[in-house]
Write a protein that binds this ligand. Structure first.
Ligand SMILES: [Zn+2]
Ligand SMILES: [Zn+2]
Length: 155
């Protein structure tokens, strides 16, 4: 057993201080890693909820963002651009998703439109100009038929 020389004790103080510094650095790094992990977890949750939002803003025909969306009698929604196409494709027009005949006039959904605009703004995507179109006044008997069928389906 050799006794400690002054050089040894200097060394051990230096070692101690070095270890303290290393520990502090590790602590800082650990905190940074924890913060990064928290940030990436939050980002992941944000991405997932954005995905959900995006899915609910999906036009059933073109799968673009639901700008100027119209709710159909079957409760699916299409953008105005697609509604114009549906009107030209068949008479009566049909829902592109479930092929229900659109016998009742589609209803504009301002909430979905506002969400689509916010989503596009968040993504930095352009917002298309409004589409002008006229949905023909449905014949009264078509409205009757539509309401009856809608009521039957809801039962
Ligand atoms: Zn569309
Ligand atoms: Zn539908």
């Amino acid at each position: 057993m050799s006794s400690q020389t002054p050089a040894d004790s200097t060394n051990s103080i230096e070692n101690y201080e070095k270890l303290i510094r290393e520990r502090d650095e590790l602590n800082v790094r650990g905190r940074q890693e924890t913060q990064l992990k928290v940030v990436s977890d939050v980002q992941l949750r944000l991405d997932r909820s954005l995905q959900t939002v995006r899915q609910s803003l999906d036009c059933r025909k073109c799968h673009g963002l639901l700008f100027q969306p119209y709710g159909l009698v079957c409760e699916h929604s299409v953008c105005a651009r697609c509604l114009v196409e549906l009107k030209e494709e068949s008479n009566p027009p049909r829902c592109p998703k479930c092929y229900t005949e659109i016998l009742l006039p589609p209803i504009f959904s301002p909430h979905l439109h506002a969400m689509a605009v916010s989503y596009a703004a968040y993504k930095g995507d352009p917002i298309p100009p409004p589409v002008e179109f006229i949905w023909p006044e449905p014949k009264p008997e078509l409205i009757e038929k539509g309401i009856k069928r809608y009521a039957d389906e809801k039962r």
